[in-house]
Design a protein around this ligand. Structure first.
Ligand code: GDP
Length: 414
């Protein structure tokens, strides 16, 4: 698992290979554990952090470790299958709705984590609605499949009833509760099985005992996709089935337009289901090129900025952390390119700032970069005035970036 799928073939930074990803969940659904396992699977960390022993790498703050909840958002970069995945941590606790809101401004896609026993919980519903308002495409990960009482069908029914009318279930679990050992990948019709000895999934044919069930589930998936996707409908009518390629590309389109939600399952704690989740992030969630241009204003004039490295520089600061390295300001570069040592305009505070170092934060390591391009998420050292929500830009092309239209005020559901 931790070999050629990770950092070996990452291109310099073509935008198509970037996924700015958030993980959304009700407290305790397993967001921290999923994040940990993603960092481990991608080779970003070499030891599995455990929430209960306070070694998780995304939770930088001691207060956070003590309280056992993720309070402060941090961005961590990791690589999978030729893509950079920038993981933006979003607090699950309802008291931090503002911080969730800020994180949602810099995400292009999200994984919503659910507990396989509890299904949709109140906070999962409130962050889901926030993500809806920001138009963030999502896939769902039903976690804790190893727990007594875990029930994927019931969790999917709660997603259908409370969140989205079109859950598209792409896996069939193999084994239940303590005996949950793998999944049938319904898109490629193969089994992925995890054993205690080896961490990587073993790819096998669909077990005989699950074949009929898998064929039925695949049929239901094809019908649900064909109902919502013109090209898939055409192929379905012609051939009475869908090829894996058509199914995958239709799932990508439906995810990106918000017309469907791909549902996967696993047990983060047991490290089961993480690789297919990463594959789904790369396959279905959008890159910065696939999302609308960001908008801003200056002197009453509206402006738009596409994720183009050649355009004037504009970035949104979304988090400031005091660390041993110094004051780290996390930025989403929305357009243009920023070089280390550059002078920029803080359009929010209306003053000039100098970018010191540019860092790609990889869990416990900070990799220095010469520059960062539109679409990327990096941390910079040296900014004095920028706060979460500040716009930094080229002094010759000033603007203050706006949040996307938020249709209604944020309501916290307790
Ligand atoms: P968060 O609050 O959403 O970040 O959730 P955590 O990742 O802190 O997990 C909450 C609790 O659930 C912790 O005690 C985890 O060890 C446990 N947990 C996480 N994933 C799983 C899982 O797949 N199976 C089981 N049985 N427990 C899990």
């Amino acid at each position: 698992m931790r070999t050629n799928r990770t950092t070996d073939n990452v291109p310099a930074n073509p935008l198509a290979a970037v996924r700015n990803l958030g993980i959304l969940a009700h407290v305790d659904a397993g967001k921290t554990t999923v994040t940990e396992r993603i960092l481990y699977a991608t080779g970003t960390t070499h030891k599995r952090g455990e929430v209960h022993d306070g070694t998780t790498v995304t939770d930088f703050d001691p207060q956070e470790r003590d309280r056992g909840i993720t309070i402060f958002a941090a961005a961590v970069s990791c690589a999978w299958d030729g893509c950079w995945i920038n993981l933006i941590d979003t607090p699950g606790h309802v008291d931090f709705a503002d911080e969730v809101e800020r994180s949602l401004r810099v995400l292009d896609g999200a994984v919503a984590v659910f507990d396989a026993v509890a299904g949709v919980e109140p906070q999962s519903e409130s962050v889901w609605r926030q993500a809806d308002r920001h138009g963030v495409p999502r896939i769902a990960f039903v976690n804790k499949m190893d727990r007594a009482g875990a029930d994927l069908d019931a969790a999917v029914a709660s997603i259908r009833e409370r969140l989205h009318p079109a859950p598209l279930v792409v896996q069939l679990p193999i084994g239940a509760e303590d005996g949950f050992v793998g999944v049938v990948d319904l898109v490629r019709m193969r089994a992925l099985v995890w054993s205690e000895e080896s961490e990587a999934a073993e790819v096998r044919p669909v077990p005989d005992g699950l074949r009929d069930e898998a064929l039925l589930r695949r049929r239901l998936l094809e019908e649900a996709v064909a109902e919502r996707h013109a090209a898939a409908l055409e192929e379905f009518c012609e051939r009475e089935t869908l090829s894996a390629a058509t199914l995958a590309s239709a799932l990508r389109d439906l995810t990106r337009t918000g017309d469907g939600v791909v549902v996967l399952c696993g047990s983060a704690y047991r490290n089961r289901g993480i690789e297919p989740l990463l594959d789904a992030v790369v396959a279905y969630l959008p890159s910065p090129l696939d999302v609308p241009a960001v908008r801003g204003t200056w002197d009453g004039t509206e402006q738009e900025r596409a994720a183009d490295p050649a355009a004037p520089f504009a970035a949104l600061a979304f988090k400031v952390n005091a660390t041993a390295t110094g004051r780290l300001t996390y930025l989403r570069v929305c357009s243009g390119t920023i070089e280390k040592g550059a002078t920029v305009w803080d359009a929010t505070a209306r003053l000039t700032e100098r970018i010191g170092r540019i860092l790609r934060v990889q869990a416990d390591r900070h990799a220095p970069l010469e520059r960062a391009l539109a679409g990327d998420i990096v941390a910079v050292v040296g900014l004095k005035s920028a706060r979460a929500g500040s716009t930094l830009c080229d002094a010759g092309a000033p603007l203050v970036l706006e949040p996307p239209n938020v249709a209604e005020p944020v309501v916290s559901v307790a």
